[in-house]
Structure formats: structure tokens, C-alpha cells
Design a protein around this ligand. Sequence first.
Ligand SMILES: NC(=O)c1ccc[n+]([C@@H]2O[C@H](COP(=O)([O-])OP(=O)(O)OC[C@H]3O[C@@H](n4cnc5c(N)ncnc54)[C@H](O)[C@@H]3O)[C@@H](O)[C@H]2O)c1
Length: 292
Amino acid sequence: MMDRRLEGKVAIITGAGAGIGEAIAHKFAKEGASVVVNGLADDPIEDVAQKIKHYGGKAIAYAGDVSQEFHAQNCVQTAINAYGKLDILINNAGVFLATAETQDYPVEVFDETIRMNLRSAFLMTKYALPHLQKTRGNIVSAGSEAGFNGLAYNTPYGGTKGWMHSFMKGVAVEQAKHGVRANCVCPGAIDTAWTHKEEGPMNTEMEKTLIQATPMGRRGTPEEMANVYAFIASDEASYVTGALWLADGGVTVAKGAVGKETPFWLRSEPKGELRLDHSREGLENKETQSRM
Ligand SMILES: NC(=O)c1ccc[n+]([C@@H]2O[C@H](COP(=O)([O-])OP(=O)(O)OC[C@H]3O[C@@H](n4cnc5c(N)ncnc54)[C@H](O)[C@@H]3O)[C@@H](O)[C@H]2O)c1
């Protein structure tokens, strides 16, 4: 049998009831990690944890909004109580709640986006670091191509990802002396609720454009992202810190509607191995709005 890359490690994955986080939880468990599956109270985190246990993985669910200090502290403490240590923090939780031109973007959605995307990552990092310093662990946070390029029609969201990139770079420099690494995975359009007009606030035009702007002419899958997270979080990436690791199908380096040139037979998503039942449920329990 091949060595498992995260054997013996303990990992917290925030926002792991749906989408990319669900895939990271499964992938990490399959690579030998004991995982804390965090999500909001009505996210299917118990189901994800149960499925992991079903095939012999180690998982525990922690329900709570980690943008609240109490829950961030408790989430970290849950890992320590259950497994005795913490090696990996995955700051994956985030929201994509509205599409509108900036002059029409609701102020309360801006505030909520900042809270859910930034405050959660800051608090989790703050409370995880003392434990990560003991294990010489690492943090991988959800950046985005939108953090490099900005995002028209959800400009505050793109800004939160630019913040995440800088936050992780600062943490990487500051924490190297403790043996702690910090990085971002920066996805392009991924096949979750966010990039489907039926499940989120994107309209037909936005959905079409984001795929045409991607040279690979398709969305990435949650599992393809989980594979990148697994590598960066593993000891194989021991010299990788302060990195913004693009996994975006080429969208950042593209100009124009290049995806249209890619033949359909090259556009099909890989089937993958993980059984993901919640990949497009991330927005089910949230109020979203389109003002376009
Ligand atoms: N989907 C994409 O195209 C894409 C692209 C680039 C980056 N990302 C990033 O990847 C991450 C996951 O995106 P996704 O598409 O899988 O989203 P998703 O909505 O499918 O899953 C995110 C999960 O996090 C949970 N969550 C949100 N805020 C939380 C909080 N404060 N505490 C606990 N749980 C919380 C949500 O309820 C949801 O279940 C996000 O940070 C996002 O910015 C996604």
C-alpha cells in the first residue's frame, strides 16, 4: 500500500459540510488524518463525519459559526480534546452572497461577507497557532484567483480574498521561526453552489463568462482542489510557505474568451474517487441576492 500523506496528523477544516470543504475533509481522512469537520449548525457536517467514519476514517463534527470568538476557540479545543494535538488548520469557510454592481451592493451583505470570510480566518488562526507551534504544523487558507484579479459584480468578495493572500503571507513570515508554514490555495471557478445560477446569486451571463474566460473551458472539481490542499498541508511541501498556489484552470493568465476554443471532449470534469453528497448545497441555508 502507498504511504498515506497525512498519516497521524490532526486537521481542522472549516466550512466542511459542503463544496470544497467537504472534499478536503474526505481527502484528508483518506490520507490518514483525523479531522474536525466544522460548519454552520444547519450544514450537513454530521453526515460528512459519519461517511468518513463509515470507511474507517477518523472524524468529529463541530457545529458553530467560527467568525464568533466563542466558536473559533471551541472548535480548536474540540480538536485538542478529541485527538490531543493539532497539526493542520484549513481556513476554508467563506460566503458568496450577492451579485450587484458596487453602487447597488447592500451594506449589510458587505458586512456579512467581511465577517464570514475574514474574521473567521483571523480567529481560527489566532487560536490554532499556539497548538500549531507545538507540532510545527501548518495553515492552508482559501484564497482565490479573485484575490489576484478582483471580481466584478461581487467586488467585496474579491477584496476578502486579496486580504486572505496578504494575511497568510504575513503569518508565513512571522511564524517561520516557530516552524509553522502558512499558504493559500487559490481556486478558479469550482463546481459548487457558487458557480451555478440555479443554486447561487450568479446569473446566466456571469456563469457563462467565467467558464469561457477559463482556458480549460470548465469548472474545477472540489476533489481537484482537495488534492492540492492535501499536498500543501503534507510534509511533502515542507519548503512551501507564503505561497499563493493557483489552481484556476489558467484563468489568471488568460485574456478573452479562450475557453470557447477548447473542444468539448477536453472539457469534461474528472470523475474523481471521493463520494461527495453535498458539493452543491453550500448556499441552501443562506439568503442570497442578485441585483443584476
Ligand atoms: N467555489 C468557487 O468557485 C471558489 C473559488 C475560489 C475560492 N473559493 C473559496 O473556497 C471556499 C469554499 O467555497 P465553496 O464554493 O466550497 O463554498 P460552499 O458554500 O459550497 O461551502 C462553504 C461552507 O462553509 C460554511 N461556512 C461559511 N461561513 C462559515 C462560518 N463562519 N463558520 C462555519 N462554516 C461556515 C458554509 O455554510 C458552507 O457549508 C471559500 O472560502 C471560497 O471563497 C471558492
